[in-house]
Ligand binder design. Structure first.
Ligand code: ADP
Length: 166
């Protein structure tokens, strides 16, 4: 049976923290679907199409190495509904610290009540990317700072230029 996980998030923009979770998550399943949240009314700096494109580029060689298929899609409904309609049975999430654990614990508990056939699996972030948040990447880039230590190399120029033109 094919085991499929769904990794939901804003990815605004994708960071090395997200890539850490994706590059380790691929070893756990046959198919990893990255779900880019595109909820109406939720403002993002990068459009859903830009975030999908950036994730596809950043992950292009990860699936080949592990044999796992990686797909990227947008979703605008409840995560559990997107998980079910994509055929996944696992929600993949990353944990950086105790604050993430508190929030993610609530989310996983409520998702379990909404869909008890879906299991949330957490990966602890690696020490090298534990401090990285997309929010801080946006703040640093918007003030002209160097984000190259925090985001995939292939995305540095696009992310930097987005804020220069804003
Ligand atoms: P952020 O919290 O940075 O805005 P998202 O909302 O896109 O990012 O988060 C999607 C998932 O990725 C969440 O499970 C979040 O905890 C995880 N994540 C984000 N940054 C990291 C990181 N540096 N290390 C591990 N997991 C992370």
């Amino acid at each position: 049976m094919t085991k499929t996980a769904f990794y939901p998030g804003s990815f605004d923009p994708p960071t090395l923290g997200h890539l850490d979770i994706i590059s380790r998550g691929v070893h756990l399943v046959d198919h990893l679907i990255i779900g880019v949240g595109a909820h109406p009314g939720k403002n993002s700096v990068f459009s859903a199409a830009e975030r999908v494109n950036m994730l596809e580029r950043a992950c292009s060689n990860l699936g080949d190495k592990s044999g796992t298929k990686i797909s990227v899609m947008t979703y605008d409904k409840l995560s559990v509904d997107a998980v079910r309609s994509s055929g996944a049975t696992i929600i993949l999430r990353g944990l950086r610290n105790g604050t993430d654990l508190d929030y993610e614990g609530q989310l996983a508990g409520m998702n379990r009540e909404l869909a008890n056939d879906v299991e949330t699996v957490f990966l602890l972030s690696s020490a090298k990317s534990r401090h990285i948040t997309a929010t801080l990447v946006r703040q640093i880039a918007s003030m002209g700072g160097d984000v190259s230590s925090f985001v995939p190399q292939a995305l540095v120029t696009e992310i930097t230029e987005k804020f220069l033109s804003a």
